[in-house]
Design a protein around this ligand. Sequence first.
Ligand SMILES: Cc1cc2nc3c(=O)[nH]c(=O)nc-3n(C[C@H](O)[C@H](O)[C@H](O)COP(=O)(O)O)c2cc1C
Length: 338
Amino acid sequence: MQETQEQRQMQFYMAPMEGLTGYVFRNAHARFFGKLDKYFTPFIAGSGLSHRELHDVLPEHNRDLPVVPQIMTNRAADFLAVAKRLEEFGYREVNLNLGCPSGTVVSKGRGAGFLKDPEALERFFEAIYDACPLRISVKTRIGVSDAEEWERIRAIYARFPVEELIIHPRLQKDFYKGPIRWDAFARAVSCFNDNRDCNGFKGCDDFKKTPLCYNGDVHSVAAYRQLREQYPQVDRVMLGRGILMDPFLVQHCQSGESDYALERLRDMLQTLLQEYRREMGNDTHTLYKMKEIWTYLGLRIADNGTKALKKIKKARTLEEYRIGAAEALRAWEETCAE
Ligand SMILES: Cc1cc2nc3c(=O)[nH]c(=O)nc-3n(C[C@H](O)[C@H](O)[C@H](O)COP(=O)(O)O)c2cc1C
């Protein structure tokens, strides 16, 4: 089923995923599966760029890709210092991470942990929106432990010229598995997108129209279609685990087709292996990365792939990995053909 004219305008973003969707992955995916509309980098933390962070944003590592670097901090000075470096590299937009649920991050009041203190968050926004030379988009959860927190949080976003608001409608306490809080997303659509009343929420009338992007659990074409049907006015979607489980996902969402040209997956995996090896200069680290990639790809394989996936998991050398991966790819093919 082909999408309609209106739906064809959907924009697809690659989610930031630490350790996974860095420059090697985003380049390989773009090469074999087509360019997406935006790629968000895994978060940059602190006031400068580490070796890994620097390599991830270097323009020569992201040629022709629309990349948006992501920053995670609760200190305006650090945010502005990193943004300045990114501006020197030619970036025009940065993204603020207000969604990371990890305990160590949250305990320092960063990521989703920053949502615990709306007053501090508002002061932080005043400082960064006042002084940042780049456009600032926000990726957020809807609160820490109670969905009611969302009212206060979205009132803050409404005050500032947020370039786009990417909403992962879960609470921090939900991590990546809790229920999607559709009600909270609906309220955001109603205020930021439609500028309609949302249960008489104070300040709603003044909400600026802000582009919204949906993120969370779009891991199949069916889930994508459901989102489109429910929220036809939302024209941006960010995909993370879905692309890792099935690199064909965006193409299938766009075309409505479900053909799997497996040689493209094979070629992408081959390129990933070569590029990780070149980047890290070390077989052990490369092996670790490929195993991590397969923890997601493996979720799409039926029981016929269990043995192959075990081989990958147990591999101690790249040669052992290659044998397991070849078998797992065959299982992938069989599962897709069903
Ligand atoms: C291993 C892992 C690493 C992640 N790293 C980041 C990150 O660096 N920045 C961020 O904003 N979100 C990060 N996320 C969250 C994803 O970007 C995304 O919001 C989440 O996985 C839900 O979307 P999905 O269901 O499409 O994967 C990470 C998620 C996972 C599982």
